[in-house]
Design a binder for this molecule. Structure first.
Ligand SMILES: Nc1ncnc2c1ncn2[C@@H]1O[C@H](COP(=O)(O)OP(=O)(O)OP(=O)(O)O)[C@@H](O)[C@H]1O
Ligand SMILES: [Mg+2]
Length: 376
């Protein structure tokens, strides 16, 4: 049992994971029906958590799949991608397992240098390519290895939008070719850079166009989140007032990471949970982060800063070009506002929520939003 049930990083087990039943089932159904999935949402909504929870569920239900999670966030090239995939396979399937044994034997044929980190013991591979054809051959072999196991493999690539940054040409087309030919590997492509993911998977002229089923992760349902939070306090022999629960979910906008962080802080304080305790915990978090938040002012232009503060004060804004809004916050012309908004979206300081009727802007980081609102 965890001392604090509200985790703020990684995945522990179903007990500490709220809901996402529909999404988990959809992922599993895609896998079972031969569809690859593109999983998208803003940052910190719980994509990585959902993948790991789905893998856990597959194990619990004893479904006949091996699962493999590969985070390509830190990769800068196709060579890095290949190396990260190979290391992921090594890490997931240890030498004592049959797939692990087979993989080591298979790797020898590719003649890499394999070392183990002396502290963490994690495998580190180095492939030595003479030509780019050799590079592509290595990657293709890795996929083929996975495709020819006794069991099907579910392979999740986290932060997949990263591949658009690689210097090599035709990376998307190359990967698409491999992905398409794998009958026994089921892919989950996960990413948070909405524009990049959307372009990659929905532009008619891109290789991944309409090749996958898209799953967009939304905020967790408020009654389910309330039940989850209340349940964990009850399990610890503590009560939580209804108004406190409502306030937590509103103030954190049910943006998973922020809701978890606030609950973590409240839990750490001990005792029964009242509205005033919750507010004090929230205030404490803002103070803790304030020196970090202050740096943003230096990093932004005056227009960007003014717009960020304005949106924080409003909570959310859909009429950027309204004269009243521009005047009230001294932002200047519509062009100024649009340019600043675009820059802030690119820096991931503003989150956009699109619907048929409008685009809504919010400060991405919920804590930053409240801090700006109260300080300026
Ligand atoms: N359903 C859930 N119940 C409880 N906590 C969750 C849930 N989903 C995610 N979390 C927690 O919320 C935080 C953010 O989740 P996660 O890292 O999975 O988000 P993400 O969408 O992958 O973020 P990023 O885009 O930054 O990679 C983590 O601390 C995770 O433990
Ligand atoms: Mg993630």
């Amino acid at each position: 049992m965890l001392e604090n049930p509200f985790i703020t990083k990684g995945y522990e087990s179903a007990e500490y994971f709220c809901d996402r039943d529909t999404e988990t089932n959809e992922l599993i159904s895609n896998i079972q029906n031969g569809r690859d999935t593109t999983l998208v949402s803003p940052r910190k909504f719980g994509k990585t958590g959902l993948i790991l929870h789905t893998f856990e569920t597959i194990k619990k239900k004893r479904l006949k799949y091996d699962t493999l999670y590969v985070d390509v966030y830190a990769t800068l090239s196709l060579s890095d991608f290949t190396k990260t995939l190979a290391e992921g396979i090594l890490l997931t399937f240890p030498e004592r397992t049959s797939i692990g044994k087979a993989f080591l034997a298979f790797l020898k044929g590719l003649r890499p240098t394999l070392t183990y980190d002396s502290v963490s013991g994690t495998p580190q591979l180095q492939f030595n390519y003479g030509t780019s054809a050799e590079k592509e051959y290595t990657l293709k072999s890795l996929f083929e290895f996975l495709n020819t196991r006794d069991r099907d493999v579910v392979l999740a690539f986290d932060e997949f939008q990263q591949i658009t940054e690689y210097p090599e040409k035709n990376v998307e087309a190359l990967l698409r070719t491999y992905v398409q030919s794998m009958r026994n590997v089921h892919f989950i492509f996960c990413g948070s850079k909405k524009r990049l993911m959307a372009e990659m998977f929905t532009s008619a002229n891109r290789p991944f166009f309409s090749s996958t089923s898209t799953l967009t992760l939304d905020r967790i349902d408020s009654s389910k989140y309330a039940e989850f939070i209340e349940g964990h306090f009850k399990d610890a022999g503590r009560s939580i007032d209804d108004d406190a629960l409502v306030w937590i979910l509103n103030w954190t906008r049910r943006h998973t990471f922020y809701t978890q962080s606030l609950c973590n802080e409240i839990f750490a304080r001990g005792g029964d949970v009242t509205l005033s305790l919750v507010k004090a915990a929230a205030q404490y978090i803002l103070e803790r982060e304030s020196s970090y938040f202050l740096q943003y002012r230096e990093l932004l232009t005056r227009q960007q800063w003014l717009l960020l503060v304005a949106i924080a004060k409003e909570g959310s804004v859909s009429q950027l070009s309204s004269t009243k809004f521009l005047k009230q916050y001294g932002i200047g012309s519509i062009t100024n506002a649009r340019r600043a908004a675009q820059a802030l979206v690119e820096k991931e300081l503003l989150l956009t929520v699109e619907s048929k009727e409008k685009t809504e802007y919010m400060v991405y980081d919920v804590f930053l939003s409240h801090w700006l609102e109260s300080e300026f």
